[in-house]
Design a protein around this ligand. Structure first.
Ligand code: ADP
Ligand code: MG
Ligand code: MG
Length: 212
């Protein structure tokens, strides 16, 4: 069955944009402890640009092209570490999804997997480095394994969002090994990673919009 049509995809992105706006101060506060205090404002600016792209009548009404426009808007407006990484995530999702009207559970999971591989390639970080990957990897792996074991989509995407949040929480005791935070070394221990926090919002927004 097709669970993510164009309307659902747009709803997901708009919901994420709203969540980023709502939690922008928190994301920036987390980044002020271990970075340069701009993650919330960076991502809020980027998702605001995405929402205006979605509102533009000339934006194509097809899954891959919408994801591609999203990635391009993020790359061109966010900058820093997270712009290219979130941008790559959506651009790789776009390439995986292709020009279609809707995605079923397995093609959605494949698109998330492609996005994850893009972040790994582009950022050259690994699990446990205290980055967005520590929410993204468990989210994708849990979605995949839940679907593989025959669980219905709504349970699988919820389990993915739960895993992203657990992964986000698990960044607190980690020592940062990538990005700006890595310059602070031991001083990063005890602080939750901002990028893992926004990535958990992305998967919670997916669970909240892709289940009816
Ligand atoms: P900047 O660090 O350039 O100011 P942001 O503050 O917007 O960019 O984003 C910081 C977040 O980016 C970090 O919290 C971390 O999750 C993520 N990040 C940084 N470097 C990497 C990397 N190499 N791979 C994956 N994620 C990364
Ligand atoms: Mg920053
Ligand atoms: Mg910055």
């Amino acid at each position: 069955s097709e669970i993510v049509d164009v309307t659902t995809l747009r709803n997901w992105l708009i919901r994420f944009a709203g969540d980023v706006e709502e939690f922008s101060a928190l994301l920036t506060e987390l980044d002020s402890a271990i970075g340069d205090a701009d993650h919330g404002s960076n991502l809020a600016r980027g998702m605001k640009a995405v929402v205006s792209v979605l509102a533009d009548d000339s934006t194509p009404d097809s899954i891959g092209p919408i994801l591609k426009q999203t990635g391009m808007a993020l790359v061109s407006t966010v900058g820093g570490a997270s712009g290219p990484l979130y941008g790559t995530f959506f651009l790789r999702m776009a390439a995986s999804a292709g020009d279609c009207d809707a995605l079923g559970p397995d093609s959605l999971a494949e698109a998330f997997r492609a996005g994850l591989e893009g972040v790994l390639t582009r950022g050259k970080a690994s699990a446990g480095d205290k980055t967005m990957l520590d929410a993204l990897i468990p989210a994708v792996e849990t979605l995949e394994s839940s679907l593989a074991s025959g669980r219905p989509f709504d349970e699988a995407i919820r389990a993915g969002a739960d895993a992203a949040e657990a992964g986000r929480d698990a960044t607190t005791p980690m020592l940062a090994r990538q990005g700006r935070a890595s310059y602070l070394g031991e001083r990063t221990v005890g602080h939750q990673d901002p990028g893992a926090t926004s990535m958990a919002l992305l998967f919670r927004a997916a669970a909240n919009t892709m289940i009816d």
